[in-house]
Design a protein around this ligand. Structure first.
Ligand code: TYD
Length: 217
């Protein structure tokens, strides 16, 4: 059973998820909460190995369904080994991407269909869904431009997709915002990191007022 808080952060390339998650976890830890940060695909050794198969730039022949199944497999293992135990222990889990990435990238942008992709993911995750998903929205040309300037970031197979693909990913997320208005909140990610962080923290605090009620600040 989920006694904790499961938050997922979604967004296109260069939307600033990594920095944001670090800051969010730091703030929660300062408040005395235990916040576990993790990422998909990956987060634990088996899933990191699946990640390297999926994102290997030489794997240009990977079939779209194979790709979707591998993301779902990595998700399952990561959920069972890391996410679910932390939630069962009452901790806060902040995860960089989860099922919505598969729905937007494989379901919508790769045109496998959101329903089809949802059904394999339902098999993988059962009833484990985030209570809150923050979608960091950025124009893909701005996002891709950001990552091309960040030389330390390795360029993976999905980054090499066309701008048109990344625009479809954004449309996919917009569709998800319409389908799950209770769970997914859009935050504009084109502002400064400070602004984006302040906006996200406000969303998180508003959503989990009761849980944070005993905090000192
Ligand atoms: P990563 O380097 O973690 O990118 P980012 O910093 O943008 O999260 O690479 C993950 C890539 O995998 C990213 O392009 C999004 C893609 N992805 C999917 O297509 N489907 C999924 O289910 C997940 C979790 C990620």
């Amino acid at each position: 059973m989920n006694n904790g808080i499961f938050i997922t952060i979604e967004g296109g390339e260069g939307s600033g998820k990594t920095t944001l998650i670090e800051r969010l976890a730091h703030t929660m830890q300062q408040r005395g909460q235990i916040a576990v940060t993790t990422r998909e695909p990956g987060g634990i050794p088996i899933a990191e190995q699946i990640r390297s198969v999926i994102l290997d730039r030489s794997h240009t022949g990977m079939d779209a369904r194979t790709e979707a199944l591998l993301y779902a497999a990595a998700r399952r293992q990561h959920l069972v080994e890391k996410v679910a135990p932390a939630l069962q222990a009452g901790q806060i889990v902040i995860c960089d991407r989860f099922v919505d990435s598969s729905l937007a990238y494989q379901g919508y942008a790769r045109e496998l269909g959101m329903e089809e992709v949802w059904s394999i993911n339902r098999f993988a995750i059962g009833d484990w869904m985030p209570q809150l998903t923050v979608y960091l929205d950025i124009d893909p040309s701005v996002g891709l431009n950001r990552i091309s300037r960040a030389s330390e970031r390795e360029v993976n197979r999905l980054d090499l997709e066309s701008l048109a693909f990344h625009k479809r990913v954004r449309e996919g997320y917009r569709e998800l915002l319409k389908r799950y208005p209770e769970r997914i909140v859009r935050v504009d990610a084109e502002g400064t990191p400070e602004q984006v962080f302040a906006d996200v923290l406000a969303v998180v605090d508003a959503r989990f007022k009761g849980f944070f009620a005993n905090d000192t600040n």
